[in-house]
Design a protein around this ligand. Sequence first.
Ligand code: PGA
Length: 247
Amino acid sequence: MVAGNWKMNKTLYETRDLIREMYPVLHNIQGVEVIICPPFAGLGVAKREVEDSTIKLGAQNMHWSDSGAFTGEISPVMLKELCEYVILGHSERRAMFGETNETVNKKVLAALAHGLKPIVCVGETLEENQSGVTADVVGSQVREGLAGLTAGQAEQVVVAYEPVWAIGTGLAATPEGANAVHKDVIRPILREMFGETVGDGMRILYGGSVKPDNAAELFSQSDIDGGLIGGASLKADSFIALVKAAM
Ligand code: PGA
């Protein structure tokens, strides 16, 4: 799976144009699930552009309630008419908008209740990494973020390991370093929580400065099942190169 997280970038026309630029190459790609996640405002336009293609859409956040007095928020009921996936618990939302493992968990449960597939982001800060608590931090984010899910629900979930120090810095984790977190920290917890078969089948993406020149090596690791891409998803040529690296 290769998912593009556009963050707060692209107007409606830019959304339409970028999809049209990628469409000829990506509209019928086999063997890799391609997802683009524009801002809420662009999802309607994006939906029209990707119709009749294998390209799927995701949102970047969501409230856990169906509707109500939550000014500025958007609900799973609204999103399910627009997209199949939703990114939840991105580190930017945790750091800047007060999201916690508890609110991420509410969102994950709400998304699943409405048939949306969550891409749940986890990852340690530089300080946590340097003080040697990566496994504890990431472990708690996975356990608490996915608490209360049935094995059947967990099958719909994608986990994205995004070390905060690697996001937007140009300093990606090493393929071996990222794979070690996927294989020795996240995968065993998924197996313990949801059983070996489901835990082994769940996709764990890596995110953080994935670029065309480091993607193939990252994606070739045993437990890296694709990428969640920020900066390099904003240009057609680099996003296409990343999709090809995953094939
Ligand atoms: P980046 O962002 O690829 O620009 O590092 C990744 C992300 O935040 O999902």
